[in-house]
Design a protein around this ligand. Structure first.
Ligand code: FES
Ligand code: FES
Length: 169
């Protein structure tokens, strides 16, 4: 079957099998390997992309179901050649660690900040609760999102760097 969707602003059309998952469509048909595939049980969340602006686990969506819809992946997170503040936050606060969960975490974080520009630590942790960091370093991930929120609010210098220190998970 043929499927057409918009991915990171570009319309793409490919011939796919009906059973093909969106995560594999993105990685294998479009070479957008920033979206990772980390489990067979829909638990890890490393495959999170946006479907019509909403974070979804792309291993739970058939590529055919995304037909006619707007998909955004981590490759489309930055704009105009600039990294998104969330990406910069992950760099500044060492949220990357091994990097495997990072793309999904950043897509979820961006969606959170678009809805709630000033989330509490608890709200950040709830937002990423469907995603697993195998490095177990949630403290730096939370701190990275806080950095991005503060950066966008123009109050970055007021965020204590050790907000989440003392906790490594
Ligand atoms: S690959 Fe693990 S939840 Fe999608
Ligand atoms: S940074 Fe290694 S899995 Fe999250």
């Amino acid at each position: 079957m043929q499927v057409t969707m918009t991915v990171n602003g570009d319309e793409v059309t490919r011939e796919v099998e009906g059973r093909l998952l969106l995560v594999h469509f993105l990685r294998d048909h479009l070479a957008l390997t920033g979206t990772h595939w980390g489990c067979d049980t829909s638990n890890c969340g490393t495959c999170v992309v946006w479907l019509d602006g909403e974070p979804v686990k792309s291993c739970t969506v058939f590529a055919a179901m995304a037909g006619g819809h707007d998909v955004r992946t981590v490759e489309g997170l930055g704009r105009n050649g600039e990294l998104d503040p969330v990406q910069r936050g992950f760099i500044e606060c060492h949220g990357l660690q091994c990097g495997f969960c990072t793309p999904g975490m950043m897509m979820t974080a961006r969606a959170l900040l678009d809805r709630n520009p000033s989330p509490s630590q608890e709200e950040i942790r709830e937002a990423i609760s469907g995603q697993i960091c195998r490095c177990t370093g949630y403290a730096t991930i939370v701190r990275s999102v806080q950095w991005a929120a503060a950066e966008e609010a123009g109050t970055r210098t007021t965020v204590p760097s050790g907000t989440t220190s003392g906790s490594t998970s």
